[in-house]
Design a binder for this molecule. Structure first.
Ligand code: CO
Ligand code: CO
Length: 319
């Protein structure tokens, strides 16, 4: 996508390289995004619900409120029962309605299963479009969900996970980033993005690159699903982890060496991952209070150390 020429329309305020497209129309800021995923869990209802939570995330990351969505469905009509499709769509519809979003149409193709939505939202009055490129020196970085969903869903694929582990990751991926967005709307913040396919380090690198900053990350503070290391040792490692490492490792410096398992966790592609929220340090107490009010478990995982060529320095136990 980065090879696409940028549009020069003066009403466009965010395009390629951002989480979502945004433009101004009659004084309102409209945001649009689209996301489509392959099944990450076996239960079709839960898969539909997760696919919608995942797609809405880009709107929340930009400070928007999602409003309408269109289904994009690929479904193998000849090899799977139609009831499977119905459950998937019911899951999507219920998650959308939890978010106050109406699904108003869509399109289906006969192919191996994939599901997602194209979403339209808006920036509420008094709000602003939150970009990736405005992170500032001294900003604190919060992460609003634990890592490890890619490792768990790989474990589901390989049939090495327990029902308890399936429930844990299903619940996590189903969680909307709505609460986190409601929380950060109450404070001054500089930048935000969501953690998805590029993993924690890949998405941090995107912010570092577009804001021209150097990030310090405290490994000891990074939240994760409790059995990730066990699942990695059982072989629940995808190509995605290795691809992310290959793409982003030149931007990462380790001040203390990481274990192989820690490294895999930081590169693990997430489905419906949390938000990375960059706030000035004066807002620390305020945002913690707002996260609590909105029942969001957020972790302070690092800070913007310097301005300069994009880099992420990992440390352990920063005081
Ligand atoms: Co995104
Ligand atoms: Co996206």
């Amino acid at each position: 996508m980065r090879q696409f020429p940028a549009t020069k329309d003066k009403n466009v305020i965010a395009q390629i390289g951002e989480d979502a497209f945004a433009f101004q129309h009659h004084g309102e800021t409209i945001i649009q995004t689209v996301d489509l995923i392959t099944p990450v869990v076996d239960d079709p209802y839960e898969f539909g619900s997760i696919a919608v939570a995942n797609a809405l995330s880009d709107i929340y990351a930009k400070g928007g409120i999602p409003k309408y969505a269109l289904n994009i469905i690929e479904f193998p009509v000849s090899s799977l029962p139609l009831s499977h499709l119905e459950k998937m769509l019911a899951g999507g519809r219920d998650k959308a309605s939890e978010a106050g979003v109406a699904i108003v149409g869509g399109h289906t193709i006969d192919d191996s299963p994939k599901y997602g939505v194209a979403v339209t939202g808006f920036i509420p009055e008094g709000g602003k479009f939150i970009s990736k490129s405005e992170a500032k020196l001294g900003d604190l970085i919060f992460l609003t969900k634990p890592l490890g969903s890619g490792i768990y869903t790989t474990g589901i694929d390989q049939q090495v996970v327990s029902d308890k582990q399936i429930n844990e990751v299903t619940l996590l991926m189903n969680q909307l980033n709505q609460g986190a967005a409601n929380a950060f709307r109450q404070v001054q913040l500089n930048a935000c993005t969501d953690v998805t396919g590029f993993g924690l380090l890949g998405h941090l690198k995107e912010v570092a690159e577009s804001s021209k900053i150097i990030i310090e990350l405290d490994i000891s503070r990074i939240p994760y699903l409790q059995d990730v290391f066990q699942l990695i040792s059982q072989g629940a490692v995808t190509e995605g982890i290795l691809k992310n490492k290959q793409s982003f490792h030149q931007y990462i410096k380790h001040s203390t060496p990481l274990t192989r398992e820690e490294e895999y966790l930081l590169y693990d592609p997430q489905t419906s991952g949390g938000l990375l929220v960059f706030v000035p340090s004066e807002e620390k107490e305020n945002i913690i209070k707002e996260f609590e009010k909105n029942n969001v478990t957020a972790s302070l995982i690092g800070m913007v150390l310097k301005t300069g060529d994009p880099c992420i320095i990992t440390k352990n136990n920063i005081e």
